[in-house]
Design a protein around this ligand. Structure first.
Ligand SMILES: CC(C)(COP(=O)(O)OP(=O)(O)OC[C@H]1O[C@@H](n2cnc3c(N)ncnc32)[C@H](O)[C@@H]1OP(=O)(O)O)[C@@H](O)C(=O)NCCC(=O)NCCS
Length: 150
């Protein structure tokens, strides 16, 4: 099995990160304008350290951007390259974000999910995210408490 590692991005990664985000979110433009398409290479470079990358020795597998937010630590532009989907890579990227949120002292994750994207809702529900109320227009906020002691 090809080993996949997750690491923080740096400025030199900005173009490959932006290329993957654009490739993954372009198909959605048939239905709406995905906010993730705002991520040009310059925009990624300006905040490179808040991106995580999943990669093999020679291939970028997935990326995610994450930020603290008053509603909870949040993530966006989660992108897994099509050939790598349903192999646990999205799960690993979100877990890596949650680990960093915990290190920052955050106990709550929050993400707004578009109501029409059933696959995304299924994905985040599988990770323990639960709807917490409408997030207009056309989204609901999903939250997850993290770091609870057994
Ligand atoms: C959504 C996305 C990040 C999921 O990444 P992934 O690596 O394929 O997800 P995982 O393999 O970790 O999936 C974990 C679980 O989530 C659920 N899930 C994932 N993709 C799903 C889909 N298309 N339909 C239904 N459930 C899905 C399943 O329960 C899955 O477990 P299983 O494969 O054992 O059934 C990926 O499909 C993607 O990049 N999509 C395009 C961009 C996007 O929509 N990003 C999210 C924005 S909020």
């Amino acid at each position: 099995m090809t080993p996949v590692r997750i690491r923080q991005a740096c400025a030199a990664d900005a173009t490959s990160v932006a290329d993957l985000v654009q490739e993954v979110y372009r198909p959605f433009t048939a239905g709406f304008r995905p906010t993730a398409l705002k991520w040009s290479a310059d925009a990624v470079r300006a905040c490179a350290s808040s991106w995580l990358m999943a990669h093999t020795e020679d291939e970028l597998v997935g990326v995610v951007h994450h930020t603290p937010d008053p509603a909870g630590h949040t993530l966006d532009a989660l992108s897994v390259a099509a050939p790598w989907r349903r192999r646990g890579m999205g799960t690993r990227l979100v877990a890596a974000v949650e680990e960093r949120a915990l290190r920052l002292g955050t106990r709550r994750m929050a993400i707004a999910l578009r109501d029409s994207l059933g696959a995304n809702i299924a994905f985040f529900t599988s990770l323990g995210y639960r709807p917490a109320g409408p997030f207009p227009p056309a989204h609901h906020l999903y939250v997850k408490e993290i770091g609870a002691r057994e």
